[in-house]
Design a protein around this ligand. Structure first.
Ligand code: AOF
Ligand code: ZN
Length: 373
């Protein structure tokens, strides 16, 4: 199995497969985003497809169906190793073998332990020329949540914050509507739509009575790339270590499911809202145990929209992968609320270290993305 020596044509085909895979980014979870291109040696595309939704055909099956008998002797470019198992659908490796493809190029090996190399092995055993590693970083970026859940049993955690130029998330009295511009808030809607869950704390929820859902009507251009019938609402997850939640919250009446994580079952909340009890540390929920519980529920990407207390606690316990900060050109003074409530540091070496990955304007605001080291 070679991991190098890919031609320009191979790169072109795989970049099309990656674009196809991206089309599933609002709908495939808990499954990964996967794209497939079937082409002949001259780069003529015979079939293409992407995975839409768990339980429906995988990318390869769509591409093979389109190519029909032309698949015989062709090359299949797949952004993820073809599966070898009978899951909700039969193995794609078998479908490729039956179709008579002569070569399979995968961007990355499937981190799912039930596949993990077995798909490529099966193809090779049937005399198919197999290679992987072409545009691997791009493929991994697309499925970072799926990879983290499969390899570490934890979801990918992104903390979103909106702040004034002087780094405050709300006035001292809790008012935060609105710090950022409508364009930044639309961008948040797009990010929510890509997430499996939106996480918040009971303090924020009781203070703001938020919807914590995706308002597809506000998605603008991005909405065009989503198939209406496949629209989903991320799971709302509310941490309620002190059983403070009441039943009269707006979100309970909205479309989409809500999950409450607490120490003890809260009898006040209606039965249609799922509750899971999580271990605690002192009088606080064990945040690592909380994330393990979310991964067990097959959530790949968790989008955190919480106050400084929860954001600070997650950061302090090294549970955050990425930070997205929308910063408005607005000064609200030093009495406002802070981004991260954390224990006092006494040495600069104790600082939590991040690395910027992008900075751009969104409407009137700046969107900064950083990853934790
Ligand atoms: C592929 N092509 O397009 C996808 C794959 O429950 P199932 O049958 O949908 O299987 C889900 C698993 O299959 C998923 O965890 C991952 O390992 C693999 N996804 N494989 O060959 C695809 N979506
Ligand atoms: Zn498959």
């Amino acid at each position: 199995m070679s991991v190098y020596n890919f031609s320009i044509l191979d790169h072109q085909m795989m970049s099309i497969a990656l674009k196809l895979a991206k089309k599933g980014q609002y709908t495939t979870s808990p499954n990964p985003n996967v794209g497939c291109v079937i082409a002949d040696d001259n780069g003529v595309i015979l079939g293409q497809g992407w995975h839409h939704k768990a339980g429906t055909p995988h990318a390869e099956v769509h591409a093979l169906a389109q190519a029909g008998t032309l698949s015989s002797g062709a090359t299949a470019y797949v952004t993820l190793e073809p599966c070898s198992h009978f899951g909700r659908t039969p193995p794609c490796a078998d479908a490729l073998i039956q179709a008579g493809v002569k070569r399979v190029v995968a961007a990355m090996v499937d981190p799912n332990p039930t596949v993990s190399g077995n798909g490529l092995k099966r193809l090779a055993e049937h005399g198919i020329s197999v290679s992987h590693g072409l545009m691997r970083e791009q493929a991994q970026q697309l499925n970072r949540g799926f990879i983290k859940r499969m390899t570490l049993g934890l979801p990918w955690v992104t903390v979103k914050l909106a702040a004034s130029l002087d780094g405050k998330t709300a006035l001292a009295n809790g008012t935060s509507q609105w710090i950022t511009s409508p364009a930044a808030r639309t961008d948040v809607q797009i990010q929510r739509a890509k997430s499996c869950a939106i996480l918040s704390g009971s303090g924020t929820v009781l203070a703001d009575n938020p919807s914590l859902n995706v308002r597809y009507a506000e998605l603008g251009e991005a909405k065009k790339s989503i198939n209406e019938s496949e629209l989903r609402q991320p799971l709302r997850v509310i941490l309620d270590g002190k059983n403070q939640l009441t039943d009269n919250l707006k979100m309970f009446d909205l479309e989409g499911q809500t999950l409450v994580l607490n120490r003890l079952h809260n009898p006040v909340i209606r039965d249609s809202v799922e509750q899971i009890q999580v271990a605690s540390v002192g009088n606080k929920l064990d945040l690592n145990a909380m994330l393990i519980a979310l991964a067990k529920k097959q959530l790949n990407e968790v989008w955190v929209e919480a106050g400084g207390m929860l954001a600070g606690a997650l950061v302090q316990q090294n549970l955050v992968d990425e930070l997205i900060l929308y910063q408005a050109p607005k000064l609200i003074g030093d009495k406002g609320q802070n981004l991260f409530v954390m224990d006092e540091l006494t040495q600069m070496q104790q600082a939590k270290m991040l690395q910027w990955s992008s900075v751009r304007m969104v409407g009137d605001d700046i969107k900064m993305v950083a990853q934790f080291k």
